[in-house]
Design a binder for this molecule. Structure first.
Ligand code: F3S
Length: 644
């Protein structure tokens, strides 16, 4: 009998399988070991956890981070932080307070464990794949369910191998590897897939470098990305004082992949993602000389000790060009303290950089919006139009090396031309968990959860009717992101816990008065092109439309997390069978959707009452998805289950 050779993904999934048979594309349920939330999605997740009546969380560990909405120019964000701290204390959740760092960076340093499953209410949760864990981004409601001990449902992914050969030349770094992968696979290339890195090139990359690559796997639309756990992983964990959680893990020899790509690291050169998509990739050489206005270094993609010390080495004895604003937001307090002790911070500040908090900062549009028509180079992972807070800005994504060299020169520049030292990996990391608070063990029932006036009750949805007749309230094209649907930024984010208020911003930059129109016509249907809902995991991009009465989205294709979020909030995601069906609908048309016999694999009849035409729409809904939709969303479903 031949023994099957397993991919690393299959090994971890098999260890956690609760329901299903691991047949490609089929629904499976997996046990979740760890969860993380950040504040922008966390308040909803914990309101949902409370609504489910859960006492103590059932996971091995769950952490609530505050890293997104840290500007306090009103009481709203402060209210959210207080709620998060008290609700964590009551329900057995660790709390990482503002200033301790960005969730993914801190989780990698302090909690990630090879072979574990992590579910996070942030789309860059796959960062944890750098340490050999299966780390998946999901909506807050799915994370709340995982904390309640429910399995996480997904379709058994296909597994793509990216085989790395050789070693990077100086001036080329992990960011360039993932930009190369993005140029090969595009922002849709990872949908329904896990990207697994193999080959001799893996051993040349440190854990934080691997995490840069798995972090931006989110931009491929992938379920997650994962690296093997090897001696490099053991060394990282030892230096974090956590060697006890190490275990070696890799794919079996001869494991069978659904797709395979090879990248020779020695042949890579510095790359840049051009406005306004992470897969519009060029070589830095091609665009060198373009004048720039801003350089922002940091984010969960590129703010490890190695990244910041490399920047320090490039900036040493130099000065930022007078027309350029250089800002730095370190990924964690651990990184900031270590960079300070190693003398790196002094070099960075002397060069004229501005130091921001150890938070997401400009990545989520929390400050540092660039000047009108700016060219902004960022070491971040997303450059969607308007995400920076300046609609006219041209945001490009680059490595820390390219960012630092360009900041000095004032134009986009190739870092291979600069002379600098690559930092030594520290022998031990500076471990200080004093900003992570343990939950109440003795008497959790006595903890008072503080819910200030910015925290409004969860909106409720009604069960799905047998048919829906509604107006097409908006028709959009391809690659609509969750930033288009539910913008972020300093003006919007403080209302994350106040759905009535935040719904005023839905499609703000796409259509004027969207909320008022939805309210006037009593809700409606959204029509969209390819890859609808790509980008972040934010469930507000489903929750706020639900609040406005949206009952269905008809699209050519969906991003995975967003489609799941729509189902979770009782909005039916339907797929066009032909491009003509999409072309035949106009904004304002009234559609009749027949949901009377909604069933897996069975198409849905759509009648365009305005155009007097009808067609059929497909869907990929599982039996469970249909039950969720019929209940009016997952929260209703779980509440009904508990009542039964
Ligand atoms: Fe934060 Fe930006 Fe990452 S918002 S979690 S730094 S993608």
């Amino acid at each position: 009998m031949t023994v099957k050779a397993w991919t690393l993904t299959e090994k971890i999934l098999a260890e956690h399988l609760v329901t299903g048979t691991m047949e490609k594309g089929a629904p499976i349920g997996i046990r979740i070991d760890q969860t993380l939330t950040q504040d922008a999605t966390g308040t909803m997740a914990y309101l949902q956890l409370e609504a489910m009546g859960v006492g103590q969380v059932k996971t091995e560990l769950s952490v609530s981070y505050v890293d997104h909405n840290t500007l306090q120019s009103g009481f709203e964000n402060a209210d959210d932080h207080k709620y998060l701290q008290t609700v964590a204390k009551k329900h057995g959740i660790l709390f990482s307070r503002p200033g301790n760092g960005i969730c993914h960076q801190v989780h990698l340093e302090r909690f990630g464990r090879p072979g574990a499953t992590l579910l996070g209410s942030d789309s860059h949760t796959p960062t944890g794949g750098g340490i050999g864990m299966l780390a998946i981004g999901a909506g807050g409601l799915d994370v709340a369910c995982a904390m309640a001990g429910e399995p996480f449902m997904l379709n058994m992914p296909r597994v793509v191998e990216v085989r790395l050969l050789g070693a990077l030349q100086k001036g080329v770094s992990a960011k360039d590897i993932i930009l190369k992968v993005l140029s090969l696979l595009t922002v849709k290339g990872g949908v329904g897939k896990v990207i697994e890195y193999t080959g001799p090139g893996v051993a040349t990359l440190s854990v934080p470098e691997r995490a840069t690559i798995t972090n931006m796997g989110a931009e491929l639309g992938a379920t997650t990305s994962v690296f093997p756990s090897d001696e490099t992983t053991r060394s990282f964990l030892r230096r974090e004082g956590r060697e006890d959680v190490f275990r070696p893990l890799a794919a079996d020899e001869g494991a069978c992949y659904d797709e395979s790509h090879t990248i020779d690291l020695a042949e890579l050169e510095p790359l840049i993602a051009m406005p306004h998509m992470p897969d519009v990739v060029k070589t830095v050489r091609e665009v060198a000389g373009q004048s720039i206005d801003q350089v922002a270094i940091g984010s969960c993609t590129n703010s490890s000790y190695r990244d910041i010390m490399t920047v320090a080495s490039i900036l040493e004895g130099q000065h930022v060009a007078p027309h350029v604003s250089l800002v730095l937001s370190p990924g964690s307090r651990q990184v900031l303290q270590m960079v300070t002790e190693a003398g790196g911070l002094q070099k960075i500040l002397s060069a004229g950089a501005r130091l921001l908090e150890c938070t997401c900062g400009p990545c989520i549009g929390m400050g540092q919006s660039p000047v009108t028509n700016a060219w902004s180079l960022r070491t971040f992972n997303r450059n969607f139009k308007g995400r920076s807070g300046t609609l006219s800005a041209n945001v490009c994504l680059v490595s820390p090396e390219t960012a630092a060299v360009s900041a000095i020169k004032g134009v986009i520049a190739d870092p291979r031309e600069a002379s600098f030292e690559l930092p030594e990996e520290p022998a031990v990391f500076l471990v200080d968990d004093s900003m992570i608070y343990a939950p109440e063990k003795e008497h959790p029932e006595r903890v008072e959860v503080v819910q200030g006036p910015n925290i409004k009750p969860l909106p409720e949805n009604t069960p799905l009717a047998a048919s829906v007749e509604k107006e097409v309230v908006i028709k959009v094209g391809d690659n609509i992101t969750t930033d288009h649907i539910m913008p972020a930024g300093a003006k919007v984010l403080p209302y994350r816990s106040n759905i009535g208020k935040i719904s005023e911003f839905v499609f703000r930059d796409v259509q004027e008065g969207f909320k008022e129109h939805c309210q006037k016509v009593g809700g409606g249907i959204i029509v969209a092109g390819e890859n609808y809902g790509q980008g972040s995991s934010r469930e507000h991009a489903a929750l706020a439309p639900m609040y406005l009465g949206i009952k269905a989205v008809l699209a050519k294709s969906f991003a995975r997390i967003h489609a799941a979020n729509l189902v979770n909030f009782g909005i039916v995601p339907l797929l066009f069978e032909t491009a003509e069906d999409y072309d035949g609908i106009e904004e304002g048309d009234v559609l009749f959707l027949d949901f009377a016999s909604l069933a897996p694999g069975k198409s849905v009849r759509v009648e365009n009452r305005t155009k007097k035409k009808s067609f059929h729409a497909r869907h990929n809904l599982s039996p469970l998805d249909i039950e969720l939709l019929q209940a009016g969303g997952k929260l209703n479903y779980i509440k009904n289950k508990q009542k039964a």
